[in-house]
Design a protein around this ligand. Structure first.
Ligand code: PRP
Ligand code: URA
Ligand code: MG
Length: 209
């Protein structure tokens, strides 16, 4: 089964609490989502492969380590996943970015696919699927499936907030994918919203409803 990592650094907890607050406006919401994504990216990159190198300091040779290769790809799920991309790119500036468009049908809660665009060398990269909300898990599972069908290697799913139902659904279908969260919430309500959650992430990011 994939790992479940809760990134509960105090700075992340502080910012997520403001993000949840319904009084937080669109501008603040967008900025904070980006900041939390950047902070979470530290945890997500903890296992990046290193190679030993030697540099010359003004005094002597120094052995050190650098990231081995540039092998990451980010795949945000539109729309809301887009809100986390710039934050992650601040930590992984060489990552390439693909896009998957999915929306959740309001009646059935099933994901509906409307777009996919991936970098040409995507199959050679380790992919992080990005979406702030993991509710039933239908959208994340569909996105991971779409990538695997195209021969890609999604290894990590990065979300701000999840319901236990969504975590279970992804762990069951894709045990090879590790899940990184800023917070694991209590449950889903009868409309498929995470409780307490933050409401509709896409609407809050882009000022729609
Ligand atoms: O785990 P699930 O039950 O599938 O729900 C989570 C999905 O719902 C939201 O997207 P939404 O359908 O609102 O699309 P949007 O990002 O365009 O607003 C969210 O960003 C996830 O993609
Ligand atoms: O709580 C939820 C559930 C799905 N999508 C959201 O944006 N919020
Ligand atoms: Mg939405």
């Amino acid at each position: 089964m994939g790992r479940l990592v809760i990134c509960d650094h105090p700075l992340i907890q502080h910012k997520v609490t403001i993000i949840r607050d319904k009084e937080t406006n669109t501008k603040q919401f967008r900025e904070l989502v980006d900041e939390v994504a950047m902070l979470m990216a530290y945890e997500l990159t903890r296992d990046l492969p290193l190679e030993e190198v030697t540099v010359q300091t003004p005094v002597a040779d120094a052995k050190g380590f650098m990231i081995a290769g540039r092998t990451m790809g980010l795949v945000p799920i539109l729309r809301a996943g887009l809100g986390m991309v710039d934050g992650v790119l601040q930590i992984l500036p060489s990552a390439k970015v693909g896009h998957i468009g999915l929306y959740r049908d309001h009646e059935t809660l099933q994901p509906v696919e409307y777009y996919i665009s991936l970098p040409t060398d995507v199959a050679e990269r380790e992919l992080i699927v990005i979406d702030p909300m993991l509710a039933t898990g239908g959208s994340a599972n569909a996105a991971i499936e779409m990538l695997k069908k195209r021969g890609c290697r999604p290894t990590k799913l990065m979300c701000l907030i999840a319901a236990p139902e969504g975590v279970r659904a992804v762990q069951e279908k894709h045990p090879d994918v590790d899940i990184y969260l800023a917070a694991l919430d209590e449950k889903l309500n009868e409309h498929g919203y995470i409780v307490p959650g933050l409401g509709d992430a896409g609407d809050r990011l882009y000022g729609t409803d």
